[in-house]
Design a protein around this ligand. Structure first.
Ligand SMILES: Cc1ncc(COP(=O)(O)O)c(C=O)c1O
Length: 461
């Protein structure tokens, strides 16, 4: 599909200049940049030359609807003018301070985050991103309880640093796992591919909780510091916990003296149509980690939201952890502006409305037309489409941990038609920004609908 290219990109670059810059960026990237999670010689990165709102522009100057939000982090879209202005003003006022000093941007960001957090969570420890937030949450739980072992889910992602990657329940852990990180993995609820042979949500909740209870008893509650779980697992497949599951985990944690850590790095800050995904379930964890959407990723930032009893543990005893950039002024000024813009422009409400009225129904309608769609699930602007070779057998369109010609074909079709999707194994995740418009969603769904013809061709009876 051909697109008429604008002669000037939204950042003021001429098309020619943007293309020249992109070609140089590409060559230098291939010569010098070492990329995450990749065999370096196999890469062919798309250069992004400009971005605005729900769109990015590639190295040829073509516009794509960004339904990946990059790594599901640009929750307020690209280049939001209020956040850019806040970063610019903060840079002119005070670029950096050491973590032991006070600073108005950091203080205000902490106040705003505590305000939207569950009651009784009044302190925020800022980190550089999500992985180190999880590292510190686990460290706090271990010190608070005096116990070491941590239970985490299969089908999860918690970050790339040493403890966080060992918490992770996906194949990225395997090469980093030496069996000595103190992590034990368990199965969470996932009705579509139920580990418990459940036929409905109620069974899945009961059986997943009975399984977790048994893991706790067999591992020994006296050895377990924390249970860590993504409120709604993100990269692993956007599985909404069935009713009663998270409340049941809370109850198990209380019964056995275990800290409940909830990872809201991807699921937080409006993504699911509430400020935090725990808000859907009426559950308050002991520690909650965040990153990504807190400032839409404009400047790296993450953190741990700490409940009052755990904060109190470190009231008179030093917390043995810190970071040079904890609460960096540029990052926290961006967070203040992001949260304020989200509130003023009702983006969380928009995410909920778009999910309920447009994205969910639209994806379900598409699913009816395409035999390759096994399941559509999600909430807010957080949706997964599970692609299969056969609906009855649920054989995935790409193997767990891998990709396939069929998945590559779907992605190529999306991109050539102007849509940038997020994919993982056999799934396409439809994760636009919280302030996406109805028209943009309808445009994106129309492209996705056409692109799925490529997947249907790989279906077998
Ligand atoms: C749920 C979750 N936790 C933690 C992380 C790690 O965050 P970061 O890449 O900022 O370290 C991610 C990143 O994708 C994530 O999705």
């Amino acid at each position: 599909m051909t697109q008429t290219l604008d002669s000037t990109l939204p950042n003021g670059l001429s098309l020619d200049q943007a293309r020249q810059d992109a070609a140089r960026a590409y060559d230098l990237d291939r010569a010098h940049v070492f990329h995450s999670w990749s065999a370096q010689n196999t890469l062919n990165p798309m250069v992004i030359t400009a971005s605005e709102g729900s769109y990015v522009w590639d190295g040829d100057g073509r516009r794509l609807l960004d339904f990946s939000c990059q790594l599901v982090n640009t929750n307020i879209g690209h280049q939001h003018p209020k956040v850019i202005a806040a970063i610019q003003q903060q840079a002119a006022k005070l670029c950096t301070v050491a973590p032991q000093h006070g600073n108005d941007a950091r203080s205000e960001a902490a106040r705003l985050i505590a305000e939207i957090a569950p009651a009784g969570h009044n302190k925020v420890f800022f980190t550089n991103g999500g992985a180190d937030a999880n590292e510190h949450a686990v460290r706090m739980a271990r010190l608070h309880t005096g116990k070491y072992k941590v239970l985490t889910r299969y089908r999860s992602y918690h970050g790339g640093t040493e403890t966080a990657i060992n918490m992770t329940g996906d194949p990225r852990r395997w090469p980093n796992d030496h069996g000595n990180a103190g992590m034990v993995h368990f199965f969470g609820p996932f009705l579509y591919r139920s580990h418990f042979h459940s036929e409905n949500e109620q069974q899945e909740t009961e059986r997943a909780l009975a399984h977790l209870d048994e893991v706790i008893r067999l591992e020994g509650a006296s050895t377990i510091a924390a249970i860590v779980l993504e409120t709604i697992p993100g990269t692993a497949g956007i599985m909404i916990p069935p009713p009663g599951y998270l409340a049941g985990v809370r109850e198990l944690c209380d019964r056995y003296g275990i800290i409940m850590i909830v990872d809201e790095v991807m699921a937080g800050f409006g993504r699911s149509g509430k400020w935090f995904s725990v808000d859907h379930f009426g559950v308050a964890p002991d520690l909650m980690t965040f990153a990504k959407g807190v400032n839409s990723g404009y400047v790296p930032l993450g953190g741990v939201i700490i409940s009052d009893p755990i904060a109190e543990t470190f009231g008179n005893h030093a917390y043995p952890g810190g970071l040079t950039y904890s609460g960096h002024p540029l990052a926290t000024a961006a967070a203040v502006a992001t949260i304020t813009a989200m509130r003023d422009e009702k983006m969380v409400e928009n995410a909920a409305d778009i999910g309920e009225r447009v994205l969910g129904p639209g994806l379900r309608e598409i699913a009816e037309r395409h035999p390759s769609v096994g399941e559509v699930r999600g909430i807010g602007v957080f949706w997964a489409v599970e692609l299969v070779v056969n609906r009855a057998t649920k054989e995935p369109l790409a193997p767990y941990g891998g990709t396939s010609e069929a998945m590559n074909a779907v992605v190529a079709e999306c991109k050539s038609r102007g849509l940038l999707p997020f994919t993982n194994f056999n799934r396409v995740h439809v994760v636009p920004p919280c302030n996406v418009t109805e028209e943009q969603v309808r445009d994106g769904l129309a492209i996705f609908d056409q692109a799925l013809d490529a997947a249907d061709r790989f279906c077998k009876d």
